[in-house]
Ligand binder design. Structure first.
Ligand SMILES: Nc1ncnc2c1ncn2[C@@H]1O[C@H](COP(=O)(O)OP(=O)(O)OP(=O)(O)O)[C@@H](O)[C@H]1O
Ligand SMILES: Nc1ncnc2c1ncn2[C@@H]1O[C@H](COP(=O)(O)OP(=O)(O)OP(=O)(O)O)[C@@H](O)[C@H]1O
Ligand SMILES: [Mg+2]
Ligand SMILES: [Mg+2]
Lengths: 262, 262
């Protein structure tokens, strides 16, 4: 039987490929036949835009994640099919920014997303959560609601500097509210194979995590990714056979294998 | 006479070149003979690392911006010379993250940085503030303390999506606490001249802001930037004659011209 899992895509550093990973992994898992929910937990709503949905309309209709975390709505009222029904999106909009401060006063404020997600999570084999570039309450809620954390890291000097702090945060949540939280792995992103410094950074990542944490297939830097997001679709949907997206196909297979194995 | 200015380098989107811009602009202005203070207002302390200073040591010594915003220290107690004394850095460390929530309860919580900066700002022709990838209280404090805002934007699809919200935030601060706050300009970053989509995105940026906001010289994508930050120095210090850093030299000249003109 395939067990279910909630996977947070997290790294507080900006622009490392969290959204691109969340969107392409969701689609790749759906292609394998799994039912997938992607939660856009970033007020900047890049995943929502990336899938062709207008966050302005989500905001006007009050059909975004904010309504679920603060407005008393259930997830059912905001879910939308995306990629021709391949998977489901819980979209975000700018109003979600208010949740960061409003949640501060809430009791057990790290567990609000987990509570609301409980209503719908058994419909999905995998729930993927796209996190914002910080370790605020939205990221904390995502981690507290998750079984696994996927950490995209650019193959660049200093790209990994924030990872120890993220791991420390994960360890605290594991000790306090979520004993089953585990790191699925480090995903090297935006790799330019011809650049010496990228090669050196990749070796450093592989050496550093060897034996401690999976280091997953490397996502190459490729123009396909921005082109596809410009067209409101995942790169892997736009060009499934491109070598540029192979790492996301591999990643989905590793996730699926992990779900079957455990 | 050269008037003084405080310039916030802001964009809530992650990884768009804020830190790289803050560091290289500071050095370039210093090379023109101006006295410069760079304030690292990001708990991730990338600017601090970029200039060869260890944020861990800053944290242990409690000599970071957090001490100034929350700990009752003055800026004088944390300032450090960088780039062989070319300019001055007010470093950050991870403890600064606590300021985001602690400042919530503070009266006039958007004006704490401005208040503390008043003690030292007249020593400097230019104060540059590196902001984190969000519109939280640290960014708000930077904007409320500034005369000018510099907005780096990648030449990529969707890169400009967050700019209207940033401009809205700036407009609110201008109406409320800071009537002299102005946008200095949009700085296109990480431009790959050979990529059609970068060319299209750049044209779009130029067309969109034409007549409304300066669009500054384009910063090309170049390996020099990561190499230099890896060596703990600005790219423009490492290789001042490289074509890759010309845009930062131009930017410094535009800022200097603006200071003389107004
Ligand atoms: N492998 C890749 N090759 C080329 N461009 C990429 C790749 N992955 C992502 N990008 C582009 O880089 C930019 C940043 O990626 P993305 O938005 O996924 O990062 P992020 O970590 O979610 O950013 P943020 O911290 O702002 O949420 C986007 O414009 C995206 O299209
Ligand atoms: N022109 C450029 N060419 C190549 N790489 C660049 C360029 N500018 C910046 N970079 C690299 O891109 C990455 C992101 O840049 P930077 O840290 O300056 O962005 P940022 O907006 O400050 O990010 P954050 O939102 O996380 O604070 C860094 O690794 C940096 O070295
Ligand atoms: Mg993102
Ligand atoms: Mg930065």
């Amino acid at each position: 039987p395939v067990r279910r899992a909630v996977i947070a895509v997290a790294n507080q550093k900006g622009g490392v490929g969290k959204t691109t990973t969340a969107v392409n992994l969701s689609y790749a898992l759906a292609t394998l036949g799994l039912s997938v929910l992607l939660i856009d937990s970033d007020p900047q709503a890049n995943a929502t835009v990336h899938l062709g949905i207008d966050p302005g309309e989500v905001e006007t209709a009050r059909k975004g994640l904010y309504g679920v975390l603060r407005g008393g709505s259930g997830f059912d009222s905001i879910l939308q099919p995306v990629c021709n029904g391949a998977f489901t999106l819980a979209p975000s909009s700018i109003g979600l920014a208010a949740a960061e401060t409003e949640l501060v006063a809430e009791p057990d404020n790290s567990l609000v997303l987990k509570e609301k997600l409980a209503d719908v999570r058994e419909r999905y084999d995998v729930v993927v959560i796209d996190c914002p570039p910080n370790l605020g309450l939205l990221t904390i809620n995502a981690l507290a609601a998750s079984d696994l954390v996927l950490i995209p890291v650019q193959t660049e000097v200093f790209a990994g500097l924030g990872v120890p702090l993220l791991m420390e945060t994960i360890a605290k949540i594991r000790r306090r509210s979520n004993p089953s939280l585990n790191i699925f792995g480090i995903l090297p992103t935006m790799y330019s194979a011809r650049l010496t410094q990228d090669q050196a950074s990749l070796k450093e990542i592989q050496a550093h995590y060897e034996g401690r944490t999976r280091v997953l297939s490397v996502v190459p830097r490729a123009t396909l990714f921005a082109q596809a997001s410009g067209a409101g679709r995942p790169a892997i949907e736009a060009d499934p056979n491109s070598a540029s997206v192979q790492a996301y196909t591999d990643l989905a297979r590793e996730v699926a294998a992990h779900l079957i194995a455990r």
